[in-house]
Design a protein around this ligand. Structure first.
Ligand SMILES: Nc1nc2c(c(=O)[nH]1)N[C@H]1C(S)=C(S)[C@@H](COP(=O)(O)OP(=O)(O)OC[C@H]3O[C@@H](n4cnc5c(=O)[nH]c(N)nc54)[C@H](O)[C@@H]3O)O[C@H]1N2
Ligand SMILES: Nc1nc2c(c(=O)[nH]1)N[C@H]1C(S)=C(S)[C@@H](COP(=O)(O)OP(=O)(O)OC[C@H]3O[C@@H](n4cnc5c(=O)[nH]c(N)nc54)[C@H](O)[C@@H]3O)O[C@H]1N2
Ligand code: SF4
Ligand SMILES: [Mo]
Length: 889
């Protein structure tokens, strides 16, 4: 911490999900910044979820990439920026000279700032002259983008968060908002508390935490949403709920859409494997309620019919004229903090900039001349999955990967690994050193992280907020836009002389308003911010675009006037023909694998993985199965299993959450090479994509599940990383003062093995316990009476809980009493095992909560909070507490 920085409070924006909560960082020299919610930010009004609340625990510099590095003869070595920029610029220029501009590519991310994104896009499309820039938003929001463009003529989210509170019905389709958009979900719950008639409907094959407080859960057969919404469209038309005047004046294409949607409730129920009464109830309530928000996320987007799913939802809102008015509308929940900003600057390979189109000659010329660029890409570039195929095939020879980890997050990720192994020049910009992708990079460029970088992001409701720096730049890390500009300048391009993020934002705002108006006006318009001065940019209050001279305070809702962005200003119904996922389960791969998120981790855990508070909720990768399927597969709850598909495999622990229907399986996406021996989810996923958007079908891959045989289970708690080759399978999370490894292994365990595993020298203070007949081995070592590491192994039966042993790492010296029972793994006074963490903020376990519910007769979540504090801070665990209330006898 730089002692010269004054004490201050900096207002910034959370770097995780697309809710885009305002955050306050209270910075005192010499201490860790204190993070709290910004009560003045319209997205969250002071609330944060558990990930946001734990941001302060992720700011340490351990594991950071702090200097540029170059690979030489297979080894990385530190280099100066000048040399690294030379290598990148020279490498790209050489390949372009020999093979043309389409032989190079950028693969960027919804986690860079709008200013970084703007520069990357300008560099590739206007100067290199290729559209080979794509982004992880292809894996995330591209079906929504495509659906919006087909229906509205432009990629627009019409509504705002307030609509969720004003609605009388909120439909959450393919969204686990309780875990993935928590503060917004809590706004819905509070609205329901105030107005109990507010109905919540969840459409998800799994029974998720989001379902806990829902009035109706439709456990839809994976991939069948188009049947459900087509059926709804047909029902609404039949029942005369259409808004005839709106449809006539402001839309076209209804007849074709209705023709494609001719389907009865019985048929819908069969196709979607739902109870026809539940389908009918949903349709009736939807028909009877005008103020409906239908929000959707990856259960809709990440599908081979993702774009059609989006349009089948929008169709229902167009038919009823429920769009752009308070309390109603289709609502695409964005995933990443700047998914939206990336779309604004045209970061996808099939877009231009400022919502202009690559295949529109006028737009191309407009952008080229505004940039004063030497050339402009004239055809769409490669979409993410195709891009990495082209790398494998050798047609793309250089790729600059920025703020994303395709070796984990792309489908068929082993193929992506092979592609990078073959690629002539791999450049990776990241904030951490150890990622699966970085291991394969030739050049590593250190980026500024959250708290250090400065610029803007746009959230799901089109609200642009500032991310502001409150920490000094560490090492030689630089903003991503600075690295991009340095390479562009070295390649001889003018137009990259920015000295601050502010200058880039201003250019972006000016482009959005440039020759924008009249008949073909583009709705994305920041002309009200063009010419914004440095001071005004620094003080910029969160504002929803469009921001124009007429709407200088931004725009809450769009399309309320019925004016859309297609040339004839009408919205289009899209005829959506339902189709099943491309790969169906079969005899060999009988289960449909669904993948997604857990509450307390963010993607590959490079940041959330540093927080002890976040490590305890879900400490290891799991495979959630229906008990019946587990039986058929010969696997048991609590044991390890291997999930494999025709593309790859991973290993995790079998669980039965009770939320999975037969025929399905679910695994979390978060573990990667650095955090598990074998749990890279991307390796299994089929590389099928939606034909319109190119978004992968992450939610549906045929797999089989088999026992992963180990002779013993173990866990290791250690202040330093152990020797992992002593374990057959392992996975890691961060504890308070220690690393926690869950593991399984084969072969002999004992003193020699444990000494090697924990890296203990001969004269260490070492204690051991072994009971061969029971298959138990335990050892620990201490330094000056302080617990350094312990390992507990069981050949059969359960291992002791980790919580008590973990708590000993906080103690400077272990007293004789604790030392004596250390290897029992439990305190002598045998206090109850708290059980797996439910409330991460206050560290309250499941058993504690259930005991209190039972013994004190608690009946509501607020009674649990009053009694145990659990749920009283960020509230992210309230749905789980709700579930415990219903299942505890
Ligand atoms: N805690 C946490 N929050 C996050 C993130 C994170 O990593 N961790 N990441 C952020 C990002 S980038 C994103 S994109 C969002 C994603 O947010 P969500 O989309 O809410 O999260 P997912 O878990 O990917 O998937 C949502 C649900 O889709 C369901 N689903 C699967 N198949 C189908 C189907 O065919 N139909 C329907 N209707 N549903 C289906 C799954 O069972 C799953 O519960 O979360 C953001 N927020
Ligand atoms: N199976 C399966 N796969 C999926 C999904 C799924 O549901 N199932 N979801 C998909 C979705 S929606 C998404 S969004 C992706 C996410 O997948 P990724 O984008 O691959 O995951 P992250 O871990 O967020 O990767 C971000 C990287 O950027 C680094 N980073 C953070 N901040 C900065 C910065 O300011 N600058 C730079 N240069 N680097 C930075 C982080 O350290 C990290 O290494 O995964 C996709 N993959
Ligand atoms: S809901 Fe949580 S992760 Fe999302 S922006 Fe808010 S604090 Fe961050
Ligand atoms: Mo995402």
């Amino acid at each position: 911490m730089d002692m010269s920085l004054p004490v201050s409070t900096v207002r910034t924006t959370c770097p995780y999900c697309g809710v885009g909560c305002g955050v306050k960082a209270n910075v005192k020299p010499g201490t860790i910044p204190i993070i709290s919610g910004d009560a003045d930010h319209a997205a969250n009004r002071g609330r944060l979820c558990v990930k946001g609340a734990a941001l302060g625990e992720t700011l340490g510099l351990d594991g950071r990439l702090l200097y540029p590095q170059l690979r030489e003869n297979g080894e990385l070595r530190r280099a100066g920026w000048d040399e690294a920029i030379g290598r990148v610029a020279g490498g790209l220029a050489g390949i372009i000279a020999e093979h043309g501009p389409d032989a190079v590519a950028f693969y960027v991310s919804g986690q860079i700032l709008t200013e970084d994104y703007y520069v990357a896009n300008k560099f590739m499309k206007g100067y290199i002259g290729s559209a080979n820039i794509d982004t992880n938003s292809r894996l995330c929001m591209s079906s929504s983008v495509a659906g919006h463009k087909r229906a509205f003529g432009e990629d627009i989210v019409p509504g705002c968060y307030e609509d969720f509170e004003l609605a009388d019905m909120v439909v959450l389709a393919g969204s686990n908002a309780a875990w993935c958009h928590p503060t917004l979900f809590q706004r819905i719950l509070r609205a329901k508390e105030a107005k109990p008639s507010l109905q919540i409907v969840v459409i998800d094959p799994r029974r998720t935490a989001t379902c806990e407080l829902a009035d109706l859960h439709l456990p839809i057969k994976p991939g069948t949403d188009v049947w459900l919404f087509n059926g709804l469209l047909a029902y609404l038309a039949r029942e005369g709920v259409a808004d005839q005047a709106f449809v006539a004046a402001h839309t076209e294409g209804l007849d074709a859409a209705l023709a494609a949607a001719r389907i009865e409730i019985e048929e819908v129920a069969r196709a979607c494997r739902l109870d026809p009464r539940a389908v009918r109830a949903f349709y009736e309530n939807f028909a009877a309620t005008r103020k409906v928000v239908t929000a959707y996320s990856q259960g809709v987007n990440q599908s081979s019919s993702g774009t059609d799913k989006v349009n089948s939802i929008i169709n229902c809102h167009l038919l009823t004229g429920r769009i752009g008015q308070p309390g109603m509308g289709p609502f695409s929940l964005t995933g990443q903090p700047n998914a939206m900003g990336g779309r604004e600057v045209g970061g996808l390979a099939n877009m231009l900039a400022a919502h202009m189109e690559l295949d529109n000659a006028q737009h191309r010329e407009l952008v080229r001349s505004f940039w004063n660029a030497p050339r402009i890409a004239s055809k769409p570039g490669l979409k993410a999955v195709d891009l990495f195929r082209a790398i494998e095939e050798g047609t793309v020879k250089a790729v600059w990967i920025m703020a994303t980890n395709p070796l984990v997050s792309l489908p068929d990720a082993d193929r992506v690994r092979r592609a990078l192994d073959k690629c002539e020049l791999v450049i990776a910009s990241d904030i951490v050193l150890d990622t699966d992708t970085n291991v394969r990079a030739d050049v590593l460029l250190p980026a500024l992280a959250w708290g250090e970088k400065d610029g803007t992001v746009t959230n799901s409701e089109r609200r642009i907020s500032r991310q502001r720096a409150f920490l000094p730049a560490p090492g030689e890390a630089r903003a991503d836009w600075q690295a991009l500009c340095a390479v562009a300048r070295r390649m001889g391009y003018s137009g990259f002389d920015y000295t601050s993020a502010h200058e880039i934002f201003d250019e972006h705002a000016r482009l959005s308003g440039w020759r924008n108006g009249g008949e073909n006006a583009r709705l994305f318009d920041l002309s009200g911010l063009a010419g914004i001065g440095r001071a005004a940019y620094d003080a910029l209050e969160p504002v929803q675009w469009p921001v124009t001279p007429h709407a200088s305070h931004g725009s809450t809702r769009l399309f309320g006037d019925g004016i859309f962005a297609h040339p004839n200003r009408k919205a289009r119904f899209i005829a959506t023909m339902p189709r099943a996922p491309v790969n169906a389960p079969d005899g060999e791969y009988p289960l449909a694998l669904n993948t997604g998120r857990v509450r307390d981790q963010w993607h590959t855990m490079t940041r959330t993985g540093k927080s002890p508070r976040l490590g305890s909720h879900v400490p290891e990768p799991f495979i959630d199965l229906h008990p019946h399927d587990a039986l058929l597969c010969g696997v048991r709850e609590g044991e390890l299993a291997r999930v494999s598909s025709r593309w790859g495999a991973m290993v995790g622990r079998v669980t039965h959450s009770g939320g999975i229907a037969r025929g399905g399986a679910f695994v979390p996406i978060h573990w990667s090479g650095p955090t598990a021996s074998d749990a890279r989810v991307g390796a299994i996923v089929n590389p099928v994509v939606d034909p319109v958007s190119g978004e992968p079908e992450f939610k549906h891959t045929p797999v089989k599940v088999e026992p992963f045989v180990v002779e013993w289970q173990a866990f290791v708690l250690s202040r330093t990383a152990p020797q992992l080759d002593a374990l057959t399978w392992w996975t890691r999370v961060q504890g308070e003062g220690f690393l926690r490894y869950e593991a399984g292994g084969r072969g002999k365990v004992g003193g020699e093995w444990a000494l090697a595993l924990l890296g203990v020298d001969e004269d260490a203070d070492w204690i051991e316990y072994e009971d061969r007949s029971a298959g138990v081995y335990r050892a620990a070592y201490l330094v000056d009476g302080r617990l350094q590491a312990c390992v507990l192994v069981a050949k059969a039966g359960a291992l002791p809980p980790r919580e008590w042993l973990g708590s000993l790492f906080a103690q400077e010296v272990l007293g004789a009493g604790k030392r004596a029972v250390l290897l029992a793994g439990r305190p002598a006074e045998a206090s109850a095992d708290a059980g797996p963490t439910v409330c991460s903020c206050f560290g309250v376990g499941r058993n504690t909560i259930c005991a209190a519910i039972r013994e004190k007769g608690l009946r509501t979540a607020s009674e649990v909070t009053a009694c145990l504090k659990a749920g009283g801070n960020c509230g992210s665990c309230l749905p789980e507490i709700g579930k415990l209330l219903t299942i505890t006898p």
